[in-house]
Design a protein around this ligand. Structure first.
Ligand SMILES: Nc1ncnc2c1ncn2[C@@H]1O[C@H](COP(=O)(O)OP(=O)(O)O)[C@@H](O)[C@H]1O
Ligand SMILES: [Mg+2]
Length: 341
């Protein structure tokens, strides 16, 4: 549905090259909710803006619906943009237009007859739960309601793709949850492919099917949300994941753990059928070490069990290395040497 093929975007500002996006290759499948996560400045917004050519790539290809967006005519580009809705962190509504006027706007631009506009806007306002707010102005609405208007407006021209730039980052946690639920409904009921970017791992965990992690313009890791949670490889990914575990290690907590535990601390991720204790006790029998579960949690993720434990190993370095090697065959683990930011 959306393919990035070795895509780069370099900005030249004041004789300085800024490599905002570097050699990104990604495939977003039809009907997916695909998330891109990264810190501020990672290149996420630039990547999104390449999809509807708000930015033109300086290298590689962006293919949307089998069309190479960089080589289509201005007329086809206008058509393509109607197939791609977009929502923003700051909502970007017209303050001088009513809710109705905001949602009707893209249809007016597309010269849709007035009666059809009325029908479509009414349907969309019902879909986003704002049918009673049609005549209000944006400043009379809460943040969550504004984003509902943003979503209705983005859906006005019946797109197949919705791109979301930090759509919930300006909202409180409860409203964020409601908007994410609405996006899930957009995906399921209208069968719209969603590409979203965020700096918050809980957004990825709650609605995405797949995720890419971006750092300094590049995608450093990519996969299903479950696999990324179960087998994170890059440090940045591990940090994003710990940020949503209830057992995140703060500097203070790590200090306390180290005071009470003289062995070496490891985080162990287990999933599906593998539960923590049997795997650990088998390994402990085989090698000359002791283990002690210090801290942990079990959650459900995409319909599967997902757990995370902090375990203390005591024994010689060589024996601990043996146990770690053994455990690596069935679970993901890494030594906790620092707090998890
Ligand atoms: N129009 C622009 N001109 C120059 N530099 C830009 C422009 N847009 C973005 N950048 C730079 O590109 C990098 C990536 O920015 P952005 O895509 O906005 O990241 P993110 O959305 O992940 O925070 C940043 O260093 C940013 O300053
Ligand atoms: Mg951004």
């Amino acid at each position: 549905m959306i393919q990035f093929q070795g895509v780069s975007k370099i900005f030249n500002s004041k004789n300085k090259e800024i490599r905002a996006v570097e050699n990104v290759t990604l495939n977003v499948g039809r009907g997916e909710i695909y998330g891109v996560i990264g810190f501020s400045g990672a290149g996420k917004s630039t990547l999104l803006r390449l999809v509807n050519l708000l930015e033109r790539p300086t290298g590689g290809k962006v293919i949307v619906n089998d069309q190479d967006v960089t080589s289509i005519s201005a007329r086809d580009l206008r058509k393509l943009r109607r197939r791609i809705g977009m929502i923003f962190q700051t909502f970007n509504l017209f303050n001088s237009r009513t809710v109705y006027g905001n949602v009707a706007y893209p249809l007016k631009l597309a010269r849709v007859p007035r009666a059809q506009i009325r029908e479509r806007v009414t349907e969309l306002l019902r879909f986003v739960g704002l049918e009673d707010k049609a005549e209000q102005y944006p400043e009379q609405l809460s943040g969550g309601q504004k984003q509902r208007v943003g979503i209705a407006r983005a859906l006005a021209t019946s797109p197949d793709i919705l791109i979301c730039d930090e759509a919930t980052s300006a909202l409180d946690p409860e409203t964020t949850g409601e908007i994410l639920k609405l996006l899930k409904k957009v995906n399921e009921e209208y069968n719209i492919t969603i590409l979203l970017i965020t700096h918050e791992m809980h957004v990825i965990r709650s609605i995405c099917d797949r995720v890419a992690v971006m750092e300094n313009g590049a995608v450093i890791e990519e996969g299903t949300v479950f696999d990324i949670f179960a087998h994170p490889k890059q440090q940045a990914t591990k940090n994003f994941i710990s940020s949503v575990q209830n057992d995140k290690l703060s500097p203070k907590l790590l200090d306390i753990l180290k005071q009470h535990h003289s062995g070496r601390l490891y985080r162990i991720i287990f999933k599906g059928g593998t539960t923590g204790e049997p795997v650990l006790s088998q390994a402990a029998k085989k090698y000359d070490i002791d283990f002690n579960v210090v801290y942990g949690s079990i959650n459900e993720l995409q319909g599967q069990l997902f757990g995370s434990l902090i375990v203390e190993f005591t024994g010689s370095d060589a024996e601990i290395a043996n146990v770690v090697r053994e455990l690596e065959r069935t679970v993901e683990l890494w030594e906790v040497v620092d707090h998890e930011s």
